[in-house]
Write a protein that binds this ligand. Structure first.
Ligand code: NAD
Length: 244
């Protein structure tokens, strides 16, 4: 039995996670917290706190979790570098997973993207395209950012050095040392991601399309059950899924 506190419980993901957890006897939802609720009221009674809120909220949630000695699953995306650093510092005291995507399929996409980049080499231009529903608040998505980071790492660079967000005006020719990242918004799209490798005379595209939030919600619960009882540290979905 894993006892969870859901933070961001009235949001799209919060509702999906609480809905799944309540149907599964191996989870107990101890508390559902959202804006205006006392954030740590029930932390003492739970094993794992799950955060799907807004990037500005995660540092406070992680600080509370570290003080209470509770494991933390973070699905929230869009953190600034300093927010991310402050959150990850809490891993010295508690076990936590900060993942931009909890679906098994997207984690397979992360793995395949690295392999494809290694096989195809820098002769293939790399671009990432994502599409999400019109209510999404951050861009590019955390998943697109992670895909671009994987591509940049494989090229021996960083996201900040190599990524170009959209193109407008007199951009000049594309160089071999850039990764285009493009965010589309509209309708009720749950989450589409495509990694394009464009070479001379051929193109490889790796695509993942999520059609239900339950895929992320199920993965977040799987991560929570896996994290319960672990020692302090920053873990990943690759650890949870045994992808090494
Ligand atoms: P949403 O806007 O529907 O829900 C967010 C909820 O968090 C809202 O109910 C809001 O009131 C609440 N909230 C905001 N600040 C809070 C605070 N300080 N304390 C308590 N509650 C607070 O958004 P969503 O679609 O559910 O997505 C939430 C986050 O999860 C986003 O960052 C999104 O990008 C991310 N996300 C991650 C994954 C993944 O697999 N990691 C999947 C989908 C969405």
């Amino acid at each position: 039995m894993t006892r969870i506190v859901m933070v961001g419980a009235r949001g799209r993901m919060g509702q999906a996670i609480v809905g799944l957890a309540k149907k599964d006897p191996s989870f107990e939802v101890v508390d559902e917290v959202d804006v205006g609720d006392a954030i740590a009221a029930q932390f003492g009674a739970c094993d794992v706190i799950i955060d799907f809120t807004h990037h500005t909220a995660t540092v406070e949630i992680a600080t509370w979790a570290a003080r209470a000695g509770k494991a933390l699953v973070i699905g929230t995306t869009g953190h600034t570098a300093s927010e991310r650093e402050a959150v990850l510092a809490c891993a010295e005291r508690i076990p936590l997973i900060l993942s931009p995507n909890f679906s098994v399929g997207v984690n397979a996409l992360f793995y395949l993207t690295r392999r494809a980049a290694e096989i195809l080499g820098e002769g293939f231009d790399r671009e990432v395209v994502e599409m999400h529903h019109r209510l999404k608040k951050d861009a590019p998505s955390g998943t697109a950012r992670r895909l671009a980071e994987i591509l940049a790492e494989q090229m021996g660079g960083t996201y900040e050095e190599l990524c170009r967000h959209g193109r407008l005006g007199d951009t000049g020719e594309r160089t071999g040392r850039e990764i285009g990242v493009h965010a589309l918004r509209g309708g009720d799209v749950v989450g589409d991601h495509t990694v394009v490798f464009a070479g001379a005379g051929e193109r490889v595209e790796l695509t993942h399309k999520a059609s239900s939030r339950d895929t992320f919600a199920g993965g977040a619960l799987r991560a929570a059950a896996w994290l319960k009882g672990r020692g302090p540290g920053s873990y990943t979905m690759f650890d949870v899924l045994g992808l090494g």
